[in-house]
Design a binder for this molecule. Structure first.
Ligand code: PMP
Length: 407
């Protein structure tokens, strides 16, 4: 060790990382992972619902029988076997050959997160603007911030993104907006879904203004009743980059996602990915390919849906029974999250240390906005804790809120 302090590096950082800071929330999350804390803060799938022994055997064979390829380098775009399987998965939601989806235009990524990062690398210069729902996915905000882009939030209501607000934002951006980043189905963090009619309207508006759409769809298959409205990409073949992942339908630990890009974009996307990671993990791709070809993956998605529906119900029931008057929340038809709005006068960030002391954790709403709003909101996750823990968590949270209101 040379005795160098962190400060000695400050002037050396690239401009794009100078704004990166660790938040106080991150420190609280370290405490939130203690077993006595009911965490409604995470976003983890309930992996214990997987047939882990069978997955383990499958992975053993992947090494012993297919090791010469599964432990080798691969090509930057991802294996053709997996890209074909991905097209089968997408066809279930209407993204198929009839709208031009082809394995040739799929790029396998390290989770959906790398897909978002590649899109930012391809399209964003410093100072560019991205339009996104308010609130939006915190990991996307991180990507856009690292690209030194500015995020302008567009209003959302119980039916998803508001078309008139989008049109206004496009006009006001004066041509600076590079794309709309949207999570139309079972949105993270808001838990709302863009209605069928609005999907066509949004596409119409973006089409008229020549605005590229980045559709992020990790949760579309996790519906609790019936099927989700068809993705935007199933309705239009041009002007949309579609990003998805196996993190929520299989397992996030494998870090396998994908981008379905317009044909003209795909080659640059592969080059950007090669510069970034050389190639996605051959072993992880092999595991997903084996899983999709030898295991009952559709049944597994049904299992996830059932587990999450029960937990969503437990959360909504507990909120109804226990929350102080003046609290409101969304009622998700799928996905992993409920978005709550606190009664007047409460601040979700300021309340967080007291919630942790009361052994319950959530994510304050401010993390999901680029502009510091969201102080009256919080995100609650229902996919990981079992129903009785969810109810206990809401009971503790309601207790903290009652105390704050009495102060
Ligand atoms: N997009 C959204 C909206 C998400 O919620 C997530 C994960 N929580 C991701 C992308 C990234 O997922 P992963 O990298 O695990 O595939």
């Amino acid at each position: 060790m040379t005795g160098t302090t962190q400060d000695d590096y400050t002037d050396r950082y690239a401009r794009r990382v100078r704004g990166m800071t660790t938040s106080e929330i991150r420190a609280l999350f370290a405490v939130a992972s203690r077993p006595e804390v009911v965490s409604l803060a995470g976003g983890s799938p309930y992996i214990a619902a997987l047939p882990l022994d069978a997955v383990g055997e499958m992975m053993g064979r992947l090494a012993s029988e297919l090791g010469t390829t599964s432990l080798q380098y691969g090509i930057g775009q991802g294996t053709i076997e997996l890209r074909e399987r991905i097209c089968e998965v997408m066809s279930l939601s209407g993204i198929d050959a009839s709208v031009g989806a082809s394995p040739d235009d799929v790029v396998v990524t390290v989770g959906g997160q790398q897909g978002l990062d590649l899109v930012a690398r391809l399209f964003l210069d410093p100072g560019d603007m991205v339009l996104a729902e308010g609130p939006t996915y915190v990991g996307a905000l991180g990507v856009f911030q690292a690209a030194q882009a500015q995020v302008r939030h567009v209003a959302m209501d119980a039916d998803g993104l508001v078309p008139a607000a989008l049109e206004q934002a496009i006009v006001e951006s004066g041509g600076r907006a590079k794309f709309l980043y949207t999570i139309p189905t079972y949105q993270n963090p808001a838990g709302v879904t863009l209605t069928d009619a609005r999907r066509d309207e949004i596409l119409d508006i973006c089409g008229r203004h020549g605005l590229l759409v980045v559709e992020d769809d990790p949760y579309g298959m996790l519906s609790f009743a019936g099927e989700a409205p068809r993705p935007l990409r199933a309705r239009r073949r041009e002007g949309i980059i579609y990003v998805s992942t196996f993190s929520k339908t299989f397992a996030p630990g494998l870090r396998v996602g994908w981008v379905l890009a317009p044909h003209a974009v795909r080659e640059k996307l592969v080059m950007a990915s090669e510069a970034n990671i050389l190639c996605p993990s051959a072993f992880a791709q092999g595991a997903v390919t084996q899983y999709l070809s030898t295991m009952p993956w559709r049944e597994q998605i049904k299992t996830y849906r059932e587990v999450y529906r029960e937990r969503r119900d437990a959360l909504l029931d507990a909120l109804r029974d226990l929350m102080p008057a003046g609290t409101t929340w969304t009622r998700p038809e799928g996905g992993l999250f409920v978005w709550a709005t606190l009664p007047e006068g409460l601040d979700s960030k300021a309340m967080m240390p007291r919630a942790i002391a009361a052994r319950v954790a959530y994510v304050p709403g401010t993390g999901f906005y680029a502009d510091g709003t969201g102080g009256t909101n919080l995100r609650l996750n229902f996919s990981f804790p079992p129903p009785e823990r969810i109810r206990e968590g809401v009971r503790r949270l309601a207790g903290v809120m009652e105390q704050e209101l009495a102060m």
